[in-house]
Structures are given as C-alpha cells and as structure tokens.
Design a protein around this ligand. Sequence first.
Ligand SMILES: C[S@@+](CC[C@H](N)C(=O)[O-])C[C@H]1O[C@@H](n2cnc3c(N)ncnc32)[C@H](O)[C@@H]1O
Length: 275
Amino acid sequence: MNGFESIAAAVKARSGLSLSSDKHYLVEARLDPILKRRGLPNLGALADRLRLDAGLEAEVVEAMTTNETLFFRDGKPFDHLRDVVLPDLHADRPKGAPLRIWSAAASTGQEAYSLAILVSEMGSMLGGRRIEIVGTDIAREPLKRAEEGLYSQFEVQRGLPARLLVKYFAKEEAGWRIHRPLREMVRFRNWNLLSDLSGLGRFDVVFCRNVLIYFDHETKTRTLQAIARLMSPDGALYLGGAETILGIDCALVPYAGSPGIFRKQVATAGLIPAR
Ligand SMILES: C[S@@+](CC[C@H](N)C(=O)[O-])C[C@H]1O[C@@H](n2cnc3c(N)ncnc32)[C@H](O)[C@@H]1O
C-alpha cells in the first residue's frame, strides 16, 4: 500500500468516509497543513506516523470531513416535520412526555438550531411539550463552533429568513449569536456514527442528512440499521436530497409522496400466513 492508500484505509476504518483514488488531490490538499505542522515530507511519512499515534489519526479524519451546512437546508424536510410528523407525534404521546430529535451529523450546528427555531415557531401547537435536540458529529472543531452558536453574516444569510434572524439572534461584533434559550434546547456531543450509538438514547425524529453520501454500501447499511434501532416505533428519519435507502435492508419504509423521509416498518411477525 502506498501512503495515500494507507491513509484512505485508516480514515475508512475509523469514520466510514470512502476515499477513492480520484480523491488523491483532495487528500493532499486537506492534509497539507498537518504535514507542515508535523514537519512530515509526504503522505507516506504521515501514513507511517499514523500507525503509532491515535490522536493524529483523529486529526486526519477530521481534516477529511466535509462540514458544509446551512440553516433550513432544502426547506422541505423542515416543512414536513412541522406539518406532519411533529403534530402526529404530539397527538399520539401522553401529555408531558418529551420528544427527542437527533441531528446525527450536526457539523457547525445550523441543522440543530434550525430544528430548535422550528419548534419555537410552532409554539402552542406543541402544547408546551418539552423537546430535546441532540446534535452529534465525529469532528470536534465544528462542534465547538456549534456550541458557541455564533455565525458570520455570510452564514446567517444562507437559509435563514431575515424575520427569524432578528427574532432569534443577537448581533455581536464577531457575528450573530443565537439566543440562549435555543442554545439550551440543543446538546452537542462528539460521537462517531460507526460506534455504539445506544448511549444516545431513543429518538422520535432523526435528521441524518448529507453524511451517508460519503459512505460505501456496507457502511451505509450498518449505519442505517443502527439508526433504525434507536428510533421509536412511530419515529421519522430524514435523509439528504441525494441519499436513498434503495437496496438497503434496514427496516425503514418511505413516507408516501415524500422522498428522503422514512418511518419504521411495522412488524408483521405474529400474523398467521394465509394457506
Ligand atoms: C456535509 S456535513 C452535513 C451537515 C448537516 N447534516 C447538513 O445536512 O447540512 C457532514 C458531517 O458529517 C460528519 N461525519 C462524517 N463522518 C461521520 C461519522 N462517522 N460519524 C459522525 N459524523 C460524521 C462530518 O464531520 C460533517 O460535519
């Protein structure tokens, strides 16, 4: 294995991210700052060092993540959550039982905060029910930014209507900070989707958007199966626009007429087969 191949194998084993040989240039560009910081001449030297240094491996994985995100990305999933899934879950659950929402590849937090804003905007429609939002990501630096809840002018202009910006953010010298009550609705945690997810608890709604595209079929299957196990029986899963569960055995079925949105398959075990 050459340096690129060893690094690609280590990144895939740790994070699921698939780096095909056409990504050679991307890998060199993304890892160049690490090579410089560590005084390493090339990818081969970095690959040798990786074997001895787990901290360095995490750094390399983080450098290979793509953290692109924006508020209310693609719009429709958020409309569906507000108009269909949250009203149904609210109607079906006992009074006082909290609902839990998971932003499973949260990056710098725009998705999780969009969910918090959406819930706040629903106001009395949820009858004061407590909503817990958990944002997780394998990359630590984006999560630190998510926790700060501070966004540049450019970032708040991407997807966030001006009315919601002035209602939920305060202008500071360095940008716009989301109000404390919304920050307190969201808990961010550093978590790898490939690791044991059971410590996160059960979720009624899962947003796992624009991360599975970076995984191969096997990793995608394993991840979707693990997510389905964490979902409540009437829970909903939202994937990214380019993601599908086609050909994946994961106990999830599409919501009729809503591409990219899934619910758990109702178990048919116990039914007596027709003779
Ligand atoms: C393109 S962003 C998606 C952000 C947001 N979900 C959205 O749709 O706008 C993909 C995120 O997935 C994270 N990621 C990649 N592999 C992961 C893994 N194995 N476990 C958890 N997060 C991962 C990356 O760090 C990155 O922040």
